[in-house]
Ligand binder design. Structure first.
Ligand SMILES: [Mn+2]
Length: 423
């Protein structure tokens, strides 16, 4: 068997709406909005420049129902570029692109083969001894183990399984089309091109079982390099699986220690310094999109907690001041502590006592009240919204971790009391 190379991508989420950008019109915000398309173009550019033998897209190409046809037309045009370069594409639909009727009926260039939804389907590469087996999601909520029905490997071929799966429920991803690593190993295929889990990972070698991860991070829980897997096969054996970064925007958590900084100008300086360092060492020339964590004991603790949008606007101005398309601050997480434990009047002591019973004492009664007040609200959130929560406090509420929830709200409550007391 000759040598060949393919790109394995997944979870591209073209034109996914990006939260946190509302009302921001600057060039940096525009860059972030267009990041998924730009990353996709990098992938296609690379495929053509390197003359790869084929491409696999393992689900969630689209984010869901389109607002208009532009997403589909854009995709068709990019596939046309690969068609002109004689590069076949094997496309599978996952939970996010399962629902759209438009998606299913969009005519695509002849090089694109889309796996059917009714049963596993097998495609053969036109020139190479490669067989690809896959089944697209017929609907969003697929709870069956699709892998069990995939056909036996074909003799004399390099067999690739393409599957969108939560595997066993990994890292906060919904466990769609669940299966085990053993299920996949036992099929006797040579490579499993998996999608759905946004963190890229080689889970097994010989056979190779691989999540490519998503092409472009979309929020602060998708940090670090994002891209696709470049796979080289020689003599029927996988000889290389290289994670290639195609992202345009790099998401990172950035921390600033503000211990003992006693005025806002010094805090601004500290923030500028950590932003510059993160741009230099972690962004690899990409636009740095970050959550800024302020940490340490600070005389400005209460003021920082109460500052809200004003402080966010200030640090965004600092980030934009580093240059166009260099850095953007998604949110500030204040994790400072006061210089000394604040003392307060009777009300403050009561609050401290109540929170103390939550974080240390017997939980039964208050847990029930949490359940009835917050549990009902959280229960009303749609499944997808629950999965993609970015707010730490809301996440704890969803997880029903009342102790951690009480600890998380405590500094906010005391900071507010302190600020009001100062005035
Ligand atoms: Mn998915």
């Amino acid at each position: 068997m000759t040598e060949f190379r393919f790109l394995h991508a997944a979870d591209i989420h073209l034109d996914s709406p990006l939260r946190g950008l509302a009302g921001q019109e600057d060039a940096t915000a525009e860059r972030i909005r267009g990041a998924a398309r730009e990353a996709f173009e990098r992938l296609i550019d690379d495929a053509i420049a390197e003359r790869i033998d084929f491409m696999v897209i393992a689900g969630d190409l689209y984010d869901g129902e389109w607002r208009d046809y532009s997403t589909g037309l854009y995709f068709a045009a990019q596939m046309g570029r690969l068609d002109a370069a004689s590069i076949p594409v094997y496309l599978l639909h996952g939970n996010h692109d399962a629902e759209s009727e438009i998606t299913r009926h969009l005519p695509l260039p002849g090089n694109v083969k889309t796996f059917g939804t009714k049963a596993p389907e097998t495609f053969h590469h036109p020139d190479l001894p490669v067989a690809l087996h896959g089944q697209s999601f017929p609907r969003r909520d697929v709870d069956d183990n699709l892998a069990l029905a995939y056909p036996a490997p074909l003799a004399g071929r390099f067999n690739i399984g393409v599957l969108h799966t939560g595997l066993g429920g990994r890292g906060g991803h919904a466990n769609y089309a669940p299966c085990t690593l053993a299920d996949l190993v036992n099929t006797g295929y040579d490579y499993w091109a998996l999608g759905h889990v946004h963190q890229g990972e080689v889970l097994h070698e010989r056979p190779h079982i691989v999540f490519s991860g998503n092409l472009q991070g979309r929020h602060i829980r998708e940090t670090g390099p994002k891209g696709a897997m470049a796979v080289t096969v020689d003599g029927g054996e996988v000889v290389a699986v290289d994670a290639r970064a195609y992202d345009i925007v790099r998401w990172e958590n950035v921390r600033a220690d503000v211990t003992d900084l006693d005025d806002m100008a010094r805090i601004h300086n500290a923030v500028r310094t950590v932003l510059e360092a993160a741009v230099a060492t972690r962004a690899e020339g990409r636009l740095l999109a970050c959550r800024l964590h302020l940490e340490g004991r600070s005389p400005l603790h209460a003021r920082l907690h109460a500052a809200g949008d004003e402080l966010l606007a200030e640090v965004r101005a600092l980030a934009l001041g580093l240059g166009e398309g260099v850095a953007w601050v998604e949110k500030i997480a204040i994790a400072t502590a006061p210089l000394a434990d604040a003392t307060g009047g009777e009300g403050v002591e009561d609050l401290r006592r109540i929170l103390g019973t939550l974080t240390e004492g017997d939980l039964e009664d208050l847990a029930q009240r949490f359940e009835s007040d917050i549990g009902a609200m959280v229960g009303a959130l749609p499944r997808e919204a629950r999965e993609e929560v970015e707010d730490d406090v809301l996440r704890l509420a969803i997880e029903g971790d009342h102790r951690a929830l009480a600890r998380a709200v405590e500094p906010h409550l005391f900071a507010r009391l302190d600020v009001e007391g100062e005035a």
